[in-house]
Design a protein. Sequence first.
Length: 559
Amino acid sequence: MKRPLTAAAVDRRGFLSLLGVGALATTSGGLLAACGSGGGGAGDQGMATQTDKLLQLMPTYKPVELIPPDIAGVGGAPNGYLSYPRNLVQAITETPGTSGKEISAMAPHWGTVPPALGGNAYYDAINTRLGVPVKFSLQDGVTYYEKLNTILGAKDVPEVLSIPSWNVAGLAHFSDAAEALFTDLTPHLQGDKALTYPMLANLPTKSWLECIWNGKLMAVPFPSDGFAWGFFYRKDIFTKLGAVPPTTAQELYDLGKAVTDPNAKRWAFGAITWEVERLFGSPGTQEGWRKNPDGTVVNKIETPEYAAAIEFMTKLFTDGLVHPEMMNSTGDAKQLFNSGEMLMTTDGFGGWEGALATEPAINPEFDMQPVLPYSHDGKATPIIRGGGKVVFYSFIRKDLSEDRVKEILRVMNWCGAPYGSQEAELIQFGVEGQHFTRGADGTPVKNDLGNTEVAAPYAGISGAPAIITPAKYFDKVQARVDWNNAAMPFMEKDPWEGIRLEIPSKVAALKQPTEDKINDIIRGRTPLSELESIKKEWLQKGGEEGREFYAKALSDNGR
């Protein structure tokens, strides 16, 4: 039976808890996807802003840590907390809102929409603390991109607009829209001015660097945890079958052959092209670009590593090791994995959170775990894909008074209160005794009203830096932090780190048609030999221009 999408799976950092990485790209992986702030945002030629100019715009960074972590993250990986704090701190004592005037806001939502303002005690409780009501227009996250195109085209936006980073990446000429519709936050947040809003000053600089368009600080970031996705397996079923996670490409294939049994309705894999590309060392920075040791810039479609990955993935399909419902990219990978029909899948870590929130109640033996980093031959240094620095951007409409902008920034500051604060608990769980009770270890457990009313839009306004807690990972906190710390040393280096890129529209336009052709090869509808002609066509239709753009961005920054 297909699992329902439930509010129980959505928490403060859980906008994507059941969505995972699925909305970011097709099941085959984001081939040649637009990067940074969107395809053609700066016009047909694209734009790369130099790093030193960006750093001059940055808010002063002043970390806020209310509770020391139990397990420290390594090299920038999120910290871990093994227990829920017993004594919460009121991080913000003053009331952010002073005007009493309702703030209009729009955000994406996945699952059943909660009751609206006026019929929702959760909204009432938060808005009372804010001192000003926030009225959300929650839009279907699956079709949010289309909604954004409509309102941006009509120049009809609310006072606060939350946009997922993957939606921004696909919006044509977004720089023009940002300039016309949204407030320049530089005068409010540059340098020490950010200290007026301490929870915003707590956000990492690498996230703020992604919030610049047209040389101005234009949005407040919701930081990511730094990892793009994981490769997960059903440890409970592996144990019953006597299987172990792979450590080489050959072991991955042999494992697939050993565990796949159509008569038992069990297949090894979904469309795991992301994982196979990573496994063979295909470039992944900026969605497929890398700088070679000799200084040349290439895209993954030109590399032998990518060709090997596509050949391997094609073999998995041809040999029947991929679930047949994934043949046409229409299968529900989460449902197939959670039901046990599919034993390995790629997913965002939010997908792990969501599964842990729902599946043990359906199947107490359910155990989803990520595979530790490995390479195709077990000898090469593994690479792990880094995620974007931002999950969501929050923009403030341009026509507002200075006092109104400051009031909204105070609201965003309140919504960004970190773990261990009363504010964070209220946003994530609602009101104790009304929306949740506490377990024996003090962890909040939502009741039926909490699952109905508590949604995540306030977290979309602003989010604290990522952490790993039992509220999200239950008894798997140690496993998640262990994976993070094992993976962080292998994070793929991005030569364009810190350079604000807005790619040429001609290059962005190649994404979908090229991806469709690669999918046809993988699924056996087109011969593997066609990969060479697809590459040549890609080069002729804009790939060479992409190379020039990325190479110039490096040279202009002395790299």
